[in-house]
Design a protein. Structure first.
Length: 198
């Protein structure tokens, strides 16, 4: 119950900070008030401001310069901030949700590349599969696939979610799974891509 309350307080502080930034039309390079000033203005504890700042810094929205203060970085759509901050801070997030999100992005990359891998790509993919241990293989395979389809945002999202997934799941795939994945990509069969993850 205490954790649920903490999550609600936290979401409220992020929402208030979002409103503050919009109302004051803060731009990249603009300085934010100190934790103490914001705590007084928003009527919330300094620890809540500090946690919100930490999440915003992690998401690349602000930067803290030692001895100078906190500054805005490049503006990004705030629905993304709310999504990721809730993801970061909601301790009731289930293991299955993490795996589902990770697999959704992996499927999307396979859909984007379906039928577009040439023989050199397939050879490189097989070499990655052979050359890496089971612990590294999945990461290396999908980093290579992301590099082929030029989707940096999807890659960032996948790395972010994948990092969390590995803290709660012992994820491993067999050699046969990877061989089937390469074969499916050659066959251009989207239903088989879906079945890979079932």
């Amino acid at each position: 119950m205490a954790q649920e309350h903490r999550g609600k307080v936290y979401e409220g502080v992020l929402q208030q900070l979002k409103s503050y930034i919009e109302e004051h039309r803060l731009k990249p390079g603009d300085k934010l008030p100190s934790e103490r000033e914001l705590s007084e203005q928003l009527n919330v504890g300094r620890s809540s401001i500090r946690e919100a700042f930490r999440a915003m810094e992690l998401l690349g929205l602000i930067e803290t310069r030692r001895g100078e203060g906190t500054y805005m970085r490049a503006y990004r759509p705030y629905h993304m901030v709310e999504l990721l901050s809730n993801f970061l801070l909601n301790e009731s997030r289930t293991k299955s949700e993490l795996m589902t999100a990770k697999q959704m992005i992996e499927k999307e990359v396979l859909f984007l590349l379906n039928g577009h891998l040439d023989s050199r790509n397939r050879s490189e993919l097989r070499a990655i599969i052979i050359d890496h241990t089971s612990a590294q293989r999945h990461q290396k395979v999908f980093e290579y696939l992301f590099s082929l389809c030029d989707q940096p945002l999807l890659l960032s999202m996948w790395q972010f979610i994948s990092g969390f997934t590995h803290t709660v799941h012992d994820v491993s795939y067999s050699d046969a799974w990877y061989e089937e994945m390469v074969t499916v990509m050659e066959e251009e069969d989207t239903m088989k891509i879906i079945r890979l993850f079932q």
